[in-house]
Design a protein around this ligand. Structure first.
Ligand code: ZN
Ligand code: ZN
Length: 416
């Protein structure tokens, strides 16, 4: 009793000196994390930082070791309690005292995922199918860049039974097929003539194993379907149709190494109300590569007489001013290229000092609308005005075209 309490005092003092990374933080969790949270975090992070996946990367190798350490400490109820109270030093003292042993991180990995602690496909192990999904992203996020989450239901190894399918962890070799998963069946083709056929064992469904007490969560199937949240970083200017790979995040199964989840970024249809708080014109820009397209409407008077200004609101809220001085005419369908107001140009290696300011162009096409009705006195005034100036120096397109007033007779063929 005396020994225990003084031992704890020593631990309290030692804890002050500890400066290693917090195990919870390391796994992206907080102290309230459940056993399952811890398992899940380890499952994800140990794969992510595994040296097989990051050859030559010392930093991720270190992370892999740390994640295994954190998992080892937090997955055991007793050591977690010690860690919560006395931190890293508490665990060190416990190890010195012989309680709890340190494991090889690869050992930990193999206990969790099976195999020899390395990635399956290098050992020729089976790999599951890749999974493809499309995520709709509004143009604004392509322009500004955005970090978001998306949710996806996928097959996961059952947390309850750790993929064994058994409630008590007890898995027996199938008596029927002797663990092979296949049985030899004899068919009689004709009297005295038999054919031997290999067939999947129907007692164990080809697994070679049977479970007496099935896991209540997955009913022995070893996997469950669950909604997962994935974080998604949309780099600014990233092309439409770009594919982002989430390694080994496709459907999981204890029988294979999960394939990759491939996320294709598509452009969401713009909406007047949804995702458009600022009522930005930019929401309705159309994108073609690095250029943006916009159609601006002018009245007849504006197109003809000039003297107007339009403040276009771009995708980040900044204003692009379009204007003409009085007397500057715009023809219907006239195109104006506003240099540098298109999409940011995306580079595979991210923004750098060399290309941070590169943008495509904004292509504005002008549409001119003519009034479809006019008040009578106004119409009269305009008509009179036209008559006045037309007689003086107006243009008569009919006369000026040089076309005849009467039908033209074809020339006689006699000349041939
Ligand atoms: Zn289960
Ligand atoms: Zn069997």
């Amino acid at each position: 009793m005396w020994f225990t309490s003084s031992w704890l005092i020593v631990l309290c003092l030692l804890q002050l000196a500890a400066c290693a990374t917090d195990f919870y933080k390391l796994l992206g969790l907080d102290k309230s994390a459940s056993e399952r949270d811890i398992k899940r975090a380890y499952r994800v992070m140990s794969k992510k930082f595994h040296p097989d996946k990051n050859p030559g990367n010392e930093e991720s190798k270190q992370k892999f070791v740390e994640v295994a350490e954190a998992y080892e400490a937090l997955s055991d109820a007793e050591s977690r309690k010690i860690y919560d109270q006395y931190g890293h030093e508490g665990l060190k003292q416990r190890q010195k005292g012989g309680g709890g042993q340190r494991h090889d991180p690869f050992d930990m990995f193999s206990r969790f995922f099976g195999g020899n602690g390395h990635f399956g496909h290098q050992q020729g192990e089976r790999r599951g199918p890749d999974m493809e999904v499309r995520v709709g992203v509004p143009l604004r996020d392509f322009y500004n860049g955005h970090s978001t989450d998306f949710q996806l239901e996928k097959q996961q190894i059952c947390d309850e039974c750790d993929g064994s399918g058994s409630a008590d962890g007890q898995v027996d070799t199938c008596q029927h097929c002797g663990g092979h998963g296949i049985v030899i069946k004899k068919h009689q083709l004709a009297p005295g003539i038999f054919q031997q056929v290999q067939a999947q064992c129907d007692k164990c469904g080809g697994q070679g194993k049977t479970i007496k007490h099935k896991c209540p969560l997955c009913s022995g199937s070893r996997v469950v379907r669950k909604v997962n949240t994935f974080s998604l970083v949309i780099e600014r200017g990233i092309p439409k149709g770009h594919r982002i790979k989430y390694e080994n995040d496709a459907d999981e199964s204890p029988d294979y190494v999960a394939g990759d989840l491939l996320v294709t970024l598509t452009e969401k249809e713009p909406s007047l109300t949804e995702d458009n708080e600022g009522q930005l014109d930019g929401t309705f820009f159309r994108r073609k590569g690095d250029d943006l397209y916009w159609r601006e409407v002018l009245s007849l008077r504006e197109a003809w007489m000039g003297g107007w200004t339009r403040n276009l609101t771009h995708l980040d809220g900044h204003i692009v001013e379009l204007s003409r001085k009085r007397g500057e005419t715009i023809q219907p369908s006239q195109i104006q290229r506003v240099v540098g107001e298109g999409m940011p140009k995306w580079h595979e290696d991210g923004d750098s000092v060399y290309h941070i300011a590169e943008f495509g162009d904004l292509v504005v096409e002008y549409t001119v609308v003519l009034p479809d009705q006019m008040e009578k006195p106004m119409e009269k005034d305009f008509w009179a005005l036209w008559e006045k100036w037309r007689k003086k120096n107006g243009v008569d397109l009919h006369k000026d075209s040089g076309r005849p007033d009467k039908p033209v007779m074809p020339k006689s063929k006699d000349e041939l």
